[in-house]
Each structure stands twice: as structure tokens, then as C-alpha cells.
Design a protein around this ligand. Sequence first.
Ligand code: ZN
Length: 187
Amino acid sequence: MLRKLGQLDVVAQVERLPGTRIAGEVERMSHAALIAELAERVCEDRHPVDGVYELTVTALEELARESDPRRASAYFLTAALELLGYAPQLSVCASCEKPLPAKPAAFSPSAGGFLCDRDDLGMPPTSLAAIKVLRLMAAGDLQTYRRLKIDDALMTEIEHVLTTQLEHHLDRRLKSLQFLHDMRARS
Ligand SMILES: [Zn+2]
């Protein structure tokens, strides 16, 4: 069903959801496009994955109610990575599997998660706050997530982890993600 949806169908579907904030908001619309494009890609690349449709509907509803579209999008990306079997390693080192200490850590999409000091290769670290939000989302705690204060810098760190992890596993880049990157680079 989802694989038949083109961009125009996606727009029409979004407008039927509760809340009218999506209309006229380019960024929110771009996140809606990302959710739809990823759902479409998943159905195209493999046999239908259980839960993709439900996740997509939930994500679009969350996007309609959430004042910051980036928050809804990050939550969706976390759940989508989990569904696809690409969830990043957040609690133990992705290389040696030792538990990560409570401090900033480098993220490596090729290793599939965060790395301990011995295994990171001097990559810039992600803040502990970002790692904690990622863990909260991975645990599926949407209620707590909704109440968190997440500023732009923190959200950028979270998005970086999720989108680099996702793109590492996709054979083609997502057009909507590229658009969001470009839009942010210009703002
Ligand atoms: Zn390690």
C-alpha cells in the first residue's frame, strides 16, 4: 500500500490528519516527507516489515501535535532503525562491547554505535545528554521524551547520530533528508 504512494499522495494524506500546523510549514512538511519516503523505501527494498505502516501513522500524528517537528522526526527515526534491525549500540562499546562510562563518546555508523576511549579513532564525541536522549527514545519512552527540554544544538547532535546511522545502511540517499540538510545549511 505504502509503496504506491507518490509525493503528492503523501501531501494529501498529511492534510487529513488532526491539526493544521503541517500546512504551510516547510520544515514540518519536509519531516513528513522524510517519514513517508523512508516508509516507502522500506517497503520497496525488502518484504514488508511488520509495523512499518503503524509506525508511519503514529509518526505523522506525532508530527502534527509536536511543536518542534525535529523532535517527532528523531523519535520516528529511532523507531524505524529499530524496526529495520539497524538500531545503534548505545550502552556498550560497538567495537569491544564493554559498557560505556557516563561521559561523551564518539559515534561510528560503520561500527554501529558509540565507542569507548580505546576504540574511538579521535572522532568528535557526542555529548552525554544526546546519548541519554537517544537511549530514552530507544526504550520507547515517548511520554518522558515529550517532556524533555531539547535545544537546537542538542537536537542537531541527536539527528546527526540517527541520520548517519540510517544512511550508512541505505544504498541510496533519502531525498527528503538531503533537502532538510540543505535547508538547515542555508538558515
Ligand atoms: Zn571499546
